[in-house]
Design a protein around this ligand. Structure first.
Ligand code: ZN
Length: 336
């Protein structure tokens, strides 16, 4: 089976992105499962190698098809946008613009089928804005670049996957936004993602909003019956194996035990809390509903430690592993 090509966007060059990328690529085992291609800046990667001390060389390539993809040599589609003296740990519109260009380039390659997945190192939202790209983050940027009207955020940790109906809005606004159509679309996006990754008939649990999923109307104002139950009925009628609305305080325990392949959470903290309890390094952020596979580390640019070599690559390695798991079959690999 051909190893998928995973485009790794280098993220903000002033942050820890280049360091976690080279540390992850120094892991020779990675090359058994995929062909990693950094979309970024070759000189910056060499600088990151110097500060981290990993044993790795960088080869600049002009196209994904030109990569050698062997352990010990990182292939980099070199956009050459980072000045040699760009400081680590300082907000820079140049780095923000470059981070945007890495994502744009990787997305074009993925849409064209020349790479099978994208794994993103962290970008800095302020730097992105300073460069004139007014997106709240990667997710919205990728949605805009691919013309996707609505996506969902999935968090994946070993033994637990959670997809969110709402994410970065206030709790009162989240409850107002939840409605059967949005819940049903979120369930379907999650189901389709798992099916494409090889789980034949994923078993899905849907959380309620109120304590005890409303306790038959005792808690809340009937949100479960009004906003969630109709979506579950609709999805069941379409053949999806979905249960709920279930009390959120026990459903995550049951999922980790193996009862469910996916939990649908109604709001940010309901889903993020349980995943983060399982360990910060293990969590991977996956954007679902896009025409391309995209996974991400679940940490930021960490300007406070950028350039010191201390950033941990565990989340990047896990994000790459998830990208491989979700990636479609790659085209035939030619011996080079
Ligand atoms: Zn968040």
């Amino acid at each position: 089976m051909a190893r998928p090509i995973v485009a790794i966007t280098m993220g903000d060059a002033a942050g820890v992105g280049p360091e976690v990328v080279v540390k992850a690529l120094a892991d020779a085992g990675l090359y058994r499962s995929c062909r990693p291609l950094v979309v970024g800046d070759a000189a910056r990667l060499r600088k990151a190698i110097a500060v981290t001390g990993v044993a790795l060389e960088v080869r600049a390539v002009e196209a994904p098809e030109d990569g050698g993809y062997t352990a010990g040599v990182a292939d980099c589609l070199d956009l050459g946008l980072i000045p040699e003296d760009l400081p680590f740990g300082e907000l820079s519109p140049i780095a923000g613009e470059a981070a945007y260009q890495y994502v744009r380039t990787a997305t074009e390659l993925a849409v064209a089928g020349r790479v099978q997945a994208i794994c993103t190192a962290p970008l800095n939202k302020e730097a992105l804005h300073a460069a004139g790209h007014r997106y709240p983050g990667h997710t919205e940027l990728l949605a805009a670049l691919t013309g996707t009207p609505e996506v969902s955020m999935m968090l994946s940790a070993p033994k637990l996957r959670v997809v969110h109906v709402t994410t970065h809005i206030g709790l009162v606004d989240a409850v107002a936004k939840i409605e059967p159509g949005l819940v049903a679309r979120t369930i379907r996006r999650g189901e389709e993602t798992l099916r494409r990754s090889g789980i034949d008939r994923p078993h899905i649990a849907v959380c309620g909003i109120n304590p005890h999923a409303g306790e038959n109307g005792l808690f809340g104002r009937g949100e479960e019956a009004e906003k969630i139950a109709p979506a579950i009925a609709e999805c069941r009628a379409q053949g999806i194996d979905v249960d709920g609305p279930l009390p959120a305080d026990t459903v995550f325990f049951r999922a980790v035990r193996g009862d469910f392949d996916l939990v649908v959470a109604m709001y940010h903290d309901q889903g993020h809390g349980p995943v983060k309890v399982l360990g910060f390094d293990a969590g991977v952020n996956i954007t679902i509903g896009l025409p391309v596979i995209r996974t991400s580390v679940d940490h930021g640019t960490a300007f406070d430690i950028a350039g010191t070599g201390r950033a941990d690559e565990a989340s990047m390695l896990e994000a790459l592993r998830q990208a491989v798991e979700l990636a479609p079959q790659a085209k035939e690999e030619h011996a080079s």
